[in-house]
Structure formats: C-alpha cells, structure tokens
Design a protein around this ligand. Structure first.
Ligand code: AMP
Length: 564
C-alpha cells in the first residue's frame, strides 16, 4: 500500500486510497492531525505529536517544532542536547505516521507520496525524500501541495478546461497558486506568497482589539508578564474560532487579581482585518500576472489551511474571484487527501484514472556571465537566467555564450539557482568546464541547454558551436548532499532512537500534559491536579483495567477543566 502524506509545518497527516475514495489515517491518539513536533524524554525516547507538544510547553529545550521551514538547510536543532537536522526530525514524524498507517491497515507500509510547498527547491525536495528514507519509506513521488489540493477537489475529473486558484492560508504563511487543467494535464502556472502572513496575524488583531477595549496599551502583549501574554493569546485564538461560527464572543482574561472582559463581534473583527486583506491581494496580483491570466478568468477557488475557515476570508475570496470557494473538504485534510489520490494512481487503483501532472519550476535557474561595459572592461558575477521562475516544467531552454578573451581555451558554465541579479548571491548547483578551440574573443561560443523535469532533476548540456562537441551533466545537488551509504548509516543511528510503543502513547500524553499543567498552575489547583495524577499512578500500579480507565478519565476531566 502506498500512502499519501501531508508533512506540514504545524501538523502532519496521512491518508490512503480505498474503493470508496480517500480516507484519513487517525494517529495513535485517535486524532487526524499529528502536530509536527518532536521531543526527547529523559530516557532518550523520541516523542512525536501531541505528547511532544505538551513536553515542549513544559520544557522548550527538549523539543523542536516548525522544522519544515529548514528542510534542505544545515540548520541544527537540539533536543535535550542532542543535535538533529530538519530532515531527521521530519523522519520521526514520518515514522510515527507510517506506524499509525500500518496499525490501521494491518500491513507493512513502505512507500509514500509526500506533499511539499510548490516553491520548495530541489534540495528541499531531496531532503524530504531523505527524511522518507530515514523513516523507512520509499518516497515514490513528491507532489506540490496546490496540485494535491486541486486533485482532492477532483479537478482532474472535469470535462472542461479549468483555471483554478489554490488559496492556502495556514498559521504563519500564505501561498497562492494558479493552476490550469486542460484534460488530461493539470499544470501549476504560478506560485506566489507571503511567508509572514497567516492565521496568527488575525489572532493578533483580536488581541489588539481586546487590549484597546480594556484600555490597556496595545504593546502590553510584547512586555507584560508571561502568564498574561499566554492567556491573552489563548483567549484570542478561542475568540477567533468562536466568531467563525457565531457573530460575537465575550473574551475574559485575568491579569494579576483583575479579570478584564470585552466583547468582540465578527463585524468589528472583519473591519479591523482590512489591512490584512490588502496584504493578501499583493501575492494574488503577482501570481495572476506571472500566470498571465485575469481575475475574471478564474473558474474555481480551492481554500486550503485552517485559517480559510474564517467567514471573512471566504467572503474575501468570493468577492475577489467572483466565485464561491469550494468548501466541501476539511481545509486541514485536503492536501493529504490529494496526496492519497496520487498514491492511489501510482498503484493503479481502479477508482481514479491516471492523469499527467506538470508543475512549475518555483525558482530561476541560470548561469554566471561577464557583462561588457566598454571595449576593454568586463564585469563578472552577473546572473543570466535560463529557465525563469514559474516556467511550467518539464521545461527546456537554450542560450548562447561566447568567449571574451583571445586564445581563451575553456568556458566555465556555473549552474545557479535563485533570483538575485548578482551571481554569487544565488545557490551554486554545479559547474561544467568545457574546452574551447583557440580563437579570437567572441569567435567561439557554446549553446547551453537546461532541461528541468518533473522529478526536479536538472540536465545541463553544453555544445561547442564550432565543433559540435557535446558535454552533459545531470545536477544531483550540493556537495553536502548525503550519499546513499551515508543515509543508510544515519538510518541505523536513528533507528536506535525508538519511538515508544503505540499502545503506551495515551498514558505518555496524559503525563506530559499533566506535567505542563503542573508548571502552569499554582496553589490549590496544583495540589488538586497532583492528587489526580497520584490516583492514576496508583491505578496503573494495580494493573486493574477498570480502575485504570476510570482514574484516567477523571484525570482527563480535571485537566480539561484547567485548560478551559
Ligand atoms: P494550519 O497551519 O493550516 O493548521 O492553520 C492553522 C491556522 O488556522 C491557525 O492560525 C488557526 O488559528 C486557524 N484556524 C483553525 N481553525 C479555525 C477556525 N475554526 N476559525 C478560524 N481560524 C481557524
């Protein structure tokens, strides 16, 4: 069985294909979403998901989160002093999802289709594949998140040509993609976004509204005592979700001995968000202009990400694109559903037909050139784009380059990736040095062809024009890329770091949550919590199933009471 995985910044989840369509795989605690958080406990066990998240609240030094952003970079994260790269942390999340899938399906799961943001470059996509390998998963195919979302909405089943927008507003980032479907091809034509705009900014608007209504300085959230800042954030988040369903919510936050209250209405909230809606329009305009299509041409709007649940966002979408967003699939699950459909297609499952997918190259690929300023003066370090960002792939482009000195006997073609005008500020993917016949400056030249394919492999072909001699190189990645042997070795090392058995997860989660609450509470509340923990521990020692279940429920009830 091949499963589909949405390896998210905040949450991850897996899905698989059945005769009746895609199904989400619940995790060991019975939840669909597994927080993308990894922690290490005192005994060196690796914890993933809800348990790790609780451990992170209690002790941030034992856990790591938002590591997806660092995939394919050398950034290191420390869990209880032990060092990990983003792809290694991701591999623990993937391992946990794999185990959950195996428990549900009752069979070994060794293959997966994993989604990545459309703008993930080659290194980051490779890092995701390595993370899969470290988790014991063969990553058959990487799928762009907007492609997955469009697949989930069955764009590939449409009889007519469709131009669609995938609008992905998560907690901290905003991505917009323009897709075109001309049967049987689903293409991403442009991607744009804002890495500093997401649902959290809307929560911040509510915090500010509350502070203003309570006559507290709005910058208090930056410098007030921690407890108040945390409570204000939690209450603002609760309010934001509440006014998704109702038209008003009464917020109440304690500061020292005083309790502040204020009512927030949906109408006022939406007015205050005007600035955020304006910011959303900037990448939308950019993506449409890159895709060379008009707003009025959009047939379908696909919302992705928890923040698109907000009614304000839905009406913003309807107004902007003049069509109602399709909201029949849970916006948190849509990408995993699409990945599962793709996985199903890989297996040639009968319920979905094969579709040819294409993508865009999310970054520019080019080479370094010298630019001539006068008869004698050349300036090095200029970037010459060959395949422009947002070019539909597979793509192949050719450019010509000539010698700049008499008797020049070689040409060094540097393969670069990036958007900077200055060559050295872009990422170097490789070099091809080709011998050139001895001749006068400008008399000899090469044709350079870049071919970038759907599997993120770049092939560079250099043809010396005067001789017709060809040189070819396949760009596999940076020198720090791990070899297969290195991956295998690291796989063995990480395998020592065990994920505790799935059956123990519920209790581990409860203890982690109790520990976090114990740190947050004071006085009588703390004592009360401790009593319930002791009773639960005693029940565990007794081994009596009925007693364990009863004491566990009581402890959970008390913890819910404190958390609410
Ligand atoms: P994601 O990164 O896709 O999980 O998105 C998380 C964001 O969605 C957070 O900012 C949440 O506050 C927001 N979110 C989730 N559910 C709701 C809801 N019912 N109403 C408003 N915002 C929500």
């Amino acid at each position: 069985m091949i499963i589909g995985i949405d390896l998210g910044t905040t949450n991850s989840l897996a899905a698989y294909m059945t005769e009746d369509g895609p199904k989400i795989i619940p995790n060991r605690l019975g939840n669909n979403l597994t927080p993308s958080v990894v922690a290490m406990d005192k005994d060196g066990n690796i914890c993933v998901g809800e348990t790790a998240k609780e451990m992170m609240y209690a002790d941030p030094t034992c856990a790591a989160s938002v590591f997806k952003r660092s995939m394919g970079t050398d950034k290191e994260f420390y869990l209880s002093g032990k060092r990990f790269k983003a792809e290694e942390l991701s591999s623990f999340v993937l391992r946990s999802l794999k185990e959950d899938a195996e428990a549900l399906l009752g069979e070994k799961v060794e293959e997966a289709v994993i989604s990545v943001p459309a703008y993930f470059n080659d290194f980051r996509r490779k890092a995701v594949k390595r993370a899969g390998k470290l988790a014991g998963l063969n990553v058959e195919r990487i799928i762009a998140e907007p492609t997955a979302a469009a697949m989930a909405y069955g764009l590939y089943k449409e009889k007519r040509d469709i131009k669609a927008v995938v609008f992905d507003l998560g907690g901290g980032t905003f991505d917009i993609s323009i897709l075109m479907y001309f049967a049987p091809i689903l293409e991403i034509h442009a991607v744009a976004g804002d890495n500093f705009l997401g649902g959290e900014d809307f929560t911040k608007v509510i915090e500010e509204m509350f502070l203003q209504k309570c006559d507290l300085p709005v910058n208090i959230a930056d410098n007030a005592d921690d407890r108040f800042v945390v409570d204000l954030y939690k209450e603002a988040e609760r309010c934001k979700r509440a006014i998704t369903d109702t038209d008003r919510y009464k917020m109440s936050v304690k500061k020292g001995d005083k309790t502040y209250t204020a009512e927030i209405t949906r109408t006022d909230f939406e007015k205050e968000c005007a600035g955020l809606y304006e910011r959303l329009k900037v990448p939308i305009r950019k993506a449409l202009s890159d895709a060379k299509i008009k707003l009025s041409e959009i047939d379908k709007v696909v919302p992705v990400g928890g923040a698109t649940r907000m009614p304000g966002i839905r009406s913003f979408l309807a107004k902007t694109f003049n069509c109602f967003p399709d909201i029949s699939i849970n916006p948190d699950e849509i990408v995993a559903v699409g990945a599962a459909i793709q996985a199903g297609m890989k297996e040639r499952n009968d319920s979905v037909k094969e579709v040819i997918l294409t993508d865009v190259c999310p970054f520019t690929l080019g080479t370094e050139v010298s630019v001539r300023y006068s008869e004698f003066k050349y300036e090095d370090n200029h970037y010459c784009p060959i395949i422009e960002r947002n070019t539909v792939i597979p793509a192949s482009r050719t450019d010509e380059f000539y010698t700049i000195r008499d008797h020049q006997t070689k040409l060094d073609i540097t393969v670069l990736q990036g958007e900077s005008r200055i060559a050295s500020e872009n990422l170097t993917l490789g070099h091809i040095v080709v011998p050139i016949p001895d001749n006068k400056a400008g008399e000899e030249g090469v044709k350079v062809t870049f071919t970038y394919d759907i599997n993120s492999i770049l092939e560079v072909e250099v043809t010396v024009m005067s001789t017709g001699k060809k040189y070819r190189e396949v760009i596999k990645g940076i020198e720090t890329d791990m070899t297969d042997e290195e991956i295998d070795k690291r796989f063995e090392e990480l395998a020592y770091l065990k994920l505790p058995p799935r059956e123990q997860e519920r209790n581990r989660y409860i203890f982690a949550r109790a520990e976090r609450l114990f740190m947050e509470l004071v006085g009588m509340d703390r004592e009360r919590l401790e009593n319930y923990v002791r009773l639960f521990e005693a029940a565990l020692d007794s081994g009596d199933e009925g007693e364990i279940n009863y004491k566990r429920s009581r402890l959970e009830e008390v913890m819910d009471e404190f958390d609410n």
